[in-house]
Structure formats: structure tokens, C-alpha cells
Design a protein around this ligand. Structure first.
Ligand SMILES: Nc1ncnc2c1ncn2[C@@H]1O[C@H](COP(=O)(O)OP(=O)(O)O)[C@@H](O)[C@H]1O
Ligand SMILES: [Mg+2]
Length: 375
């Protein structure tokens, strides 16, 4: 009788990469196959940008079909990134200012970094990433207003600012202080009934962005693990734009329950967003749907909508990816004012059309999560 490892290798040898015509074992796309006596399996799949994302599913299904396998976890890595992940030695923070444990140690630059096993944080509830292809489309706005809406519905909600290059949750939520550290746990701040942590609380504003990059995985892990979140129902992660380190780190650090992709109506923005959708699909994170922001501006004189940034982008992207359009949020100067004064629109102007749109998006997110993860 062959071992489970051998049977897995045999099963994977039947999964063909349509791009190269070879099977994933022969193509050396599979690394680090780990099994437990109870039948849990995890492995790393090196999937290049031009490889078909459905390979993740094919690999999973091939293993799931084996006798004795109870659980399969596939960690997807970009082969280019896997080779180049050797981080440069970062400059240590020079100032002695608001440093907390999270900032204390520079990462080891020598040993090739291991892909850490994703850790489950059941206390965080459903983990939802808010992402987009490019910056300035309203990720943070959507993340904050969804979080506040769910908190107003009685849910226990946390929000983490994973935008290490431009953390703006402190401004948007109107909280900015050095969090206390008790028993080596960082105590999150609280705003409008939502617990929040941001790198903005922990570092000096002037600290250069370049040295933050290499330690993004460490920061994200510490935000998940070393913050005293307590018991939450929903945990929102406000991502930086794009499909870079932070996205990859988050999906490697924990199991993300869903992603919401924000776009604006114009075509260029939609192209970027499409890459965002694909990235999450490649890493087996379900995309819950698309939010189109800045969809139109209501002419205050006539009440007629003006399509400032074109129209239809969100619907097109949703159709292209076979995903629901969760909603459209109009342009409203009060969103921007609220964002700058720490009073998000669902709190400041709850009867406005923009606030209503954001609340209805929050409902759709709840529905989508309930569909996917029946209680
Ligand atoms: N629907 C909207 N109407 C008016 N201003 C908006 C709207 N959505 C976002 N903004 C403003 O646009 C800017 C960028 O939004 P933000 O949420 O920070 O984007 P991102 O997180 O994607 O970079 C902010 O000043 C925000 O207040
Ligand atoms: Mg942002």
C-alpha cells in the first residue's frame, strides 16, 4: 500500500497545465507537500501570471478525490516572487518615537523566507478584504462605511489598515493615538463602535515608505495575531491598491473569507480591477462582488445624474468575471468631507443616497457571506 504522499504525487501527475502541456509534478509547480496522519494535506503551487488559475481548483480536486483526505489547503505563490522574495536589509527606524513591538525588529535577511502556514483566527469572524486595482477609487471609504454599517446593525466589527504606504484610516475614522500595549498585546483603538488598528498609529508620519515594504508580512501577521481584537463577527482589511506584497501576505497569513473589489466606472480602472479579481481567484479567496464608486454626480439644480467618470464599468467588470455588482455609490462631496473629519457618511449623513447605497452594499455582503458560509 502506498503512502498518502505517494498517492498525492500520483494524483497530481494527472493534472495537466494547459499552457505547457506537462503535468504539474513534472513541471515542478508543486512544492512542500505536507500531510498529517488525520488526512490533512497542504502544499504550495507555483502559479505564474500566465498560468491558468483553474489549476488551483484542479489540483485541489485531484487530492480531495483520494481516500483518507479530509482537508486540502493550496498555497499559491508566484514563481517569480518566490525566487525574488529575498528582502533587502531594511534601514532600521532611526527615530526613537512611537515604536511598538511591531516595529522593533528588522526581518532576517539571510535565510530564504519560508512560506508560513496560514493561521486561522476564529476570533476575528469573517475576514473580508477590500481591494482594488488602483488607488484613490474609494477602498478605504467603502471599507470604513461597510464596517460602521455592520456595527450599527449590532455586529462586532474590526477593521485593519493594511495600506502600509498610505495608511488613512486614522484620518477617516477620526482616531489617532499610540495604542496601549498590555501583556504584549496591542490594544486596538475604537471609533464609532468599530475596533481599528493602523500602521498610522504606530509609526512616525515622516518614516520613509521604502523600508516598510520588506516587513509587510510581519506587520500583517502582527496585526492579526498580536492585537487584542477580542471576539468579532466581521473583520475588514483595507488593502493598498494593486496586487502586491500586502495582498500576497494577507492570503498567506490567514484564510480570507471574501474579497470585495472596488472600481470606478471608467475603463482603465476596470482593467486594473480585473487583475485584482484574478489575483484573489488565483489564491482561492472568493470574490464576493464588485462595488462601483463615484458612479455619477447628481446635479443639485436639476437632480439629474451626471456621469462624471463615464458609466457602466462596474457592471462590465462584474459580467466579465461572472460576479455580482454589489452596488453603485454616487459621488458626494460629503463623503470626502466626512473622510477628512473622521465622520464617515453613514454616520454623518445617513439619509443621503450615498449612505443608503453603502448600507445596501453592506447588506449584500452579509448575504453573500451567509450564502458561502451557512452558520
Ligand atoms: N463617492 C465618493 N464621493 C466623493 N468623494 C469620494 C467618494 N469616494 C471616495 N471619495 C474620496 O476620494 C478620496 C479617495 O478615496 P479613498 O477611499 O481614500 O480611496 P482608496 O482607499 O481607494 O485610495 C478620499 O478623499 C475620499 O473621501
Ligand atoms: Mg485607502
Amino acid at each position: 500500500m502506498s503512502t498518502l504522499q505517494e498517492r498525492i504525487a500520483g494524483a497530481l501527475a494527472t493534472v495537466r497545465n494547459p499552457r505547457t502541456g506537462t503535468d504539474v509534478m513534472a513541471a515542478e509547480m508543486v512544492r512542500d507537500i505536507g500531510t498529517t496522519p488525520a488526512g490533512r494535506v497542504r502544499l504550495t503551487l507555483l502559479l505564474g501570471a500566465s498560468d491558468d488559475a483553474t489549476l488551483v481548483r484542479d489540483v485541489r480536486q485531484a487530492i480531495e478525490a483520494l481516500d483518507g483526505v479530509v482537508d486540502v489547503r493550496v498555497d499559491v505563490r508566484d514563481p517569480a516572487q518566490a525566487a525574488a522574495m529575498q528582502p533587502p536589509t531594511p534601514a532600521r527606524a532611526a527615530s526613537g518615537g512611537r515604536t511598538l513591538p511591531v516595529m522593533d525588529s528588522a526581518p532576517a535577511a539571510k535565510a530564504p523566507p519560508q512560506v508560513p502556514a496560514p493561521v486561522l483566527y476564529p476570533n476575528l469572524g469573517r475576514i473580508i478584504a477590500i481591494s482594488s486595482g488602483k488607488g484613490g477609487v474609494g477602498k478605504s471609504t467603502v471599507a470604513v462605511n461597510l464596517a460602521l454599517t455592520l456595527a450599527r446593525r449590532g455586529k462586532r466589527v474590526g477593521i485593519m489598515d493594511a495600506d502600509i504606504y498610505g495608511p488613512n484610516l486614522p484620518l477617516m475614522l477620526g482616531v489617532d493615538a499610540a495604542p496601549k500595549v498590555i501583556d504584549e498585546k496591542i490594544i486596538p483603538l475604537e471609533a464609532h463602535g468599530v475596533k481599528v488598528i493602523s500602521l498610522g498609529f504606530l509609526i512616525e508620519r515622516e518614516q520613509p515608505a521604502i523600508w516598510r515594504g520588506p516587513i509587510v508580512m510581519k506587520i500583517i501577521t502582527q496585526f492579526l495575531r498580536d492585537v487584542a481584537w477580542g471576539e468579532l463577527d466581521f473583520f475588514f482589511v483595507d488593502m493598498p491598491p494593486g496586487t502586491g506584497d500586502a495582498q500576497l501576505s494577507l492570503v498567506q497569513a490567514t484564510s480570507v473569507h471574501g474579497a470585495v473589489i472596488v472600481t470606478t466606472p471608467q475603463q482603465v480602472s476596470v482593467g486594473d480591477a480585473l487583475r485584482g479579481v484574478k489575483m484573489f481567484e488565483r489564491t482561492s479567496v472568493p470574490v464576493l462582488g464588485i462595488v462601483e464608486n463615484m458612479s455619477w454626480f447628481e446635479n443639485p439644480e436639476t437632480g439629474k445624474p451626471i456621469a462624471v467618470f463615464g458609466s457602466g464599468g462596474g457592471a462590465r467588470l462584474a459580467a466579465e468575471c461572472n460576479l455580482p455588482l454589489l452596488g453603485q455609490v454616487p459621488l458626494d462631496p460629503r463623503i470626502q468631507e466626512g473622510g477628512d473629519t473622521g465622520r464617515p457618511i453613514v454616520v454623518a449623513e445617513p439619509t443621503s443616497k450615498a449612505a443608503r447605497a453603502l448600507e445596501s452594499i453592506a447588506d449584500r455582503v452579509l448575504e453573500r457571506i451567509a450564502e458561502r458560509y451557512p452558520a
